[in-house]
Design a binder for this molecule. Structure first.
Ligand code: G16
Length: 543
C-alpha cells in the first residue's frame, strides 16, 4: 500500500459544537478540510494496534465521498478493521449500538442531524468513543486544538471500496467489513420491548403512522414496524432515504414535520404518529389530535417503565438537560431515584450512564434514550410508547392527561429565533448576563425572581466543569425562563428561549401552553430586549 503524507495548513473554524463539527457541504468540500479534521481525530484518540473503527452516516449528500476518504485515512493511520454500514449508512443510535456490541475503538458518524441536506445543505462529522457515546468535551477540545496546529495528514492511495454488499473487503492492508446497518439494532430493540404485545395491538386495529422524513430511519422502520411487528405498509411515510431529504428539513417538530402533523390532526386520523430526524436519534410523538411535549415524554416513559420488559427491574436514575422541563424530576422523586440536571448535549449523559447512575435520559430537543446505547434514540422512544400503549390500552392523550393529574403539569415551550446575526445574539446574552444584580429579587406581576445565573455543571463522575451553559431566570413557585445560544446551527446564530411554569391544579391543565406561559413570554421579551436587538417580531419555530 502506498501511504501518502500530505502537507496541509490548519483551518481555524473546526471547533465542534453541541454535537460534532457541522458546516455547509461547501465548507467540507474545500481541499483538505475533511482530511484535516479526521486526522485531528486520529491524532487525538491515538490508534492502538489491532484497533477497529465503526463508520457510517445518515446518507446525506457527500456521505459516500466522505466515507471513502475516511476509509483511506483509517488504513493509513493503522486501523486493522473498519465496520462500515452498507451503502455508508448507519443511524446514530445504530452506530452507538455497533460500537458497543463489537467493542471497537469508537466510531465516526457523518451527520448534521436535523439540518437540511443536499449540495447547499449541511454536513457534519463526530467521533463517538468506545462506550458508544459522543466524545466528551475534553476530547472534542483536544481535537479542536489539534486542528489548529495540524501540519500534515496521512492517506492511502487505494481505489474506492464497494459498500453496497455486506462482506469483507481489503484496502491497503486494512479490512473493511460492510455490515447490514439494521440487523444489530433491530435485534437490540427486540430484546428491550414486548414485541408480541405491540404486534397484538397493531393487529387489533391500532393505526400508526411513522414519518421517516426521507432520512436514515426508513429502512429501520421497515424492518421493525413492518417485518417484525406486522404493521401495514401505509404505517410508514417518506420512508425512502434521499441525500437531500426530499428537499425537506428533517427535524421532527410541529413546524417541519407538518405533513405528519396535518394527518394526525385531520379527520380519520391514525391513533399514533411519530417522526424521526436526519440521523434517527430524535423523535416526536403524537396522539390523535394531540402533541406530546418531549419533556413530558421523558417523564411519562420513566413513570411507565415498569410496563416495559427491558426496564421492569427498575431505573437507577434519570438525567435531563438543564433547559428540559422538571416534569421528570417529579417522577424521579416519586420513584425515589436521583434526577441529574446536565448541560445541553447528549455527551454529558455518557459518564452518568457508564457509572450506572442513570437509566433514562432526555432533552427538550426531541431526544430521549437509555443506557441501551449512548445516544438518544428515535425509534427506541417510539417503541417505548407503543409498548406502554399496548400494556395500558389507552390513547396517547389519556396517558398524558392522567400523568398530569398525578404529577401536575409543567407547561413548557421553546421559542427559537433562527438565523439571526451573531452580534445581535451575543448582544442579547451579554445584556442578560449583565442584568443579574438588577433581576435578582425583582417582581413581575405575581412572579418573583428567586435566582439568576449562568448555568455551570460539575460532572459527578469525573469532576470536570462546564461553564457558560445558558442563562437561567428562576422564579419562586418553579417557573423559569432560560436563554441559550444553539450549538448546532451553521448560519448566523439561533437564540433559544425556553419557558416553563408548573401547574398543580388539574382544572387548568387543558390550557394551551402558549396561553399558560403568556406572562413568562412577556417577561422574556422585556428583559432581553430581543425584539429590538434582533429585529424579529416573532420566533421562527415554536415547540
Ligand atoms: C444535538 C445534541 C443534543 C442537543 C441538540 C440541540 O442534537 O446531541 O444533545 O440537545 O443538539 O442543541 P442546540 O440547542 O445546541 O442546537 P442532534 O440531534 O442535532 O445531534
Amino acid at each position: 500500500m502506498q501511504v501518502r503524507t500530505v502537507s496541509t495548513t490548519p483551518f481555524q473554524d473546526q471547533k465542534p459544537g453541541t454535537s460534532g463539527l457541522r458546516k455547509r457541504v461547501a465548507a467540507f468540500r474545500q481541499a483538505h478540510y475533511l482530511e484535516n479534521f479526521v486526522q485531528s481525530i486520529f491524532d487525538t484518540i491515538g490508534v492502538p494496534p489491532h484497533a477497529t473503527l465503526v463508520l457510517g452516516g445518515d446518507g446525506r449528500y457527500y456521505n459516500r465521498e466522505a466515507i471513502q476518504i475516511i476509509l483511506r485515512m483509517a488504513a493509513a493511520n493503522g486501523f486493522r478493521r473498519v465496520l462500515a454500514g452498507q451503502g455508508g449508512i448507519l443511524s446514530t443510535p445504530a452506530a452507538s449500538c455497533v460500537i458497543r456490541k463489537y467493542q471497537t475503538h469508537g466510531g465516526i458518524i457523518l451527520s448534521a442531524s436535523h439540518n437540511p441536506g443536499g449540495p447547499d445543505g449541511d454536513f457534519g462529522i463526530k467521533y463517538n468513543a468506545a462506550n458508544g457515546g459522543p466524545a466528551p468535551e475534553k476530547i472534542t477540545e483536544a481535537i479542536y486544538a489539534q486542528s489548529k496546529k495540524i501540519a500534515h495528514y496521512r492517506i492511502a492511495d487505494a481505489p474506492d471500496v464497494v459498500l453496497d454488499r455486506p462482506g469483507d473487503y481489503e484496502i491497503g492492508g486494512m479490512t473493511v467489513t460492510v455490515i447490514d446497518p439494521v440487523s444489530d439494532y433491530a435485534g437490540l430493540m427486540e430484546s428491550l420491548f414486548d414485541f408480541a404485545a405491540i404486534r397484538t395491538l397493531l393487529a387489533g386495529g391500532f393505526r400508526i403512522r411513522f414519518d421517516a422524513m426521507h432520512a436514515v430511519t426508513g429502512p429501520y422502520a421497515q424492518e421493525i414496524f413492518l417485518n417484525r411487528l406486522g404493521a401495514s405498509a401505509d404505517s410508514l411515510m417518506n420512508a425512502v432515504p434521499l441525500p437531500d431529504f426530499g428537499g425537506g428539513h428533517p427535524d421532527p417538530n410541529l413546524t417541519y414535520a407538518h405533513e405528519l402533523v396535518e394527518l394526525l390532526y385531520g379527520g380519520d386520523a391514525p391513533d399514533f404518529g411519530a417522526a424521526s430526524d436526519g440521523d434517527g436519534d430524535r423523535n416526536m410523538i403524537l396522539g390523535k389530535h394531540f402533541f406530546v411535549n418531549p419533556s413530558d415524554s421523558l417523564a411519562i416513559l420513566a413513570a411507565n417503565a415498569h410496563l416495559v420488559p427491558g426496564y421492569a427491574q427498575g431505573l437507577a436514575g434519570i438525567a435531563r438537560s438543564m433547559p428540559t422541563s422538571a416534569a421528570a424530576d417529579r417522577v424521579a422523586e416519586a420513584l425515589g431515584i436521583p434526577c441529574y440536571e446536565t448541560p445541553t448535549g447528549w455527551k454529558f449523559f455518557g459518564n452518568l450512564m457508564d457509572a450506572g447512575k442513570v437509566t433514562l435520559c432526555g432533552e427538550e430537543s426531541f431526544g430521549t434514550g437509555s443506557d441501551h446505547v449512548r445516544e438518544k434514540d428515535g425509534l427506541w422512544a417510539v417503541l417505548f410508547w407503543l409498548n406502554i400503549i399496548a400494556a395500558r390500552r389507552q390513547p396517547v392523550e389519556t396517558i398524558v392527561r392522567e400523568h398530569w393529574a398525578r404529577f401536575g403539569r409543567n407547561f413548557y415551550s421553546r421559542h427559537d429565533y433562527e438565523g439571526i446575526p451573531l452580534d445581535a445574539a451575543s448582544g442579547v446574552m451579554k445584556l442578560l448576563l449583565g442584568s443579574f444584580a438588577q433581576l435578582q429579587g425583582a417582581q413581575f406581576g405575581n412572579l418573583k425572581v428567586k435566582l439568576c445565573d449562568d448555568f455551570s455543571y460539575t460532572d459527578p463522575v469525573d469532576g470536570s466543569v462546564s461553564t457558560g451553559q445558558g442563562v437561567r431566570i428562576l422564579f419562586t413557585g418553579g417557573s423559569r425562563i432560560v436563554f441559550r445560544l444553539s450549538g448546532t446551527g451553521t448560519e448566523g446564530a439561533t437564540l433559544r428561549v425556553y419557558l416553563e411554569a408548573f401547574e398543580p391544579d388539574v382544572s387548568k391543565h387543558h390550557l394551551d401552553a402558549q396561553q399558560a406561559l403568556a406572562p413568562l413570554i412577556t417577561i422574556a421579551l422585556q428583559i432581553s430586549g430581543l425584539r429590538k436587538r434582533t429585529g424579529r417580531e416573532k420566533p421562527t419555530v415554536i415547540t
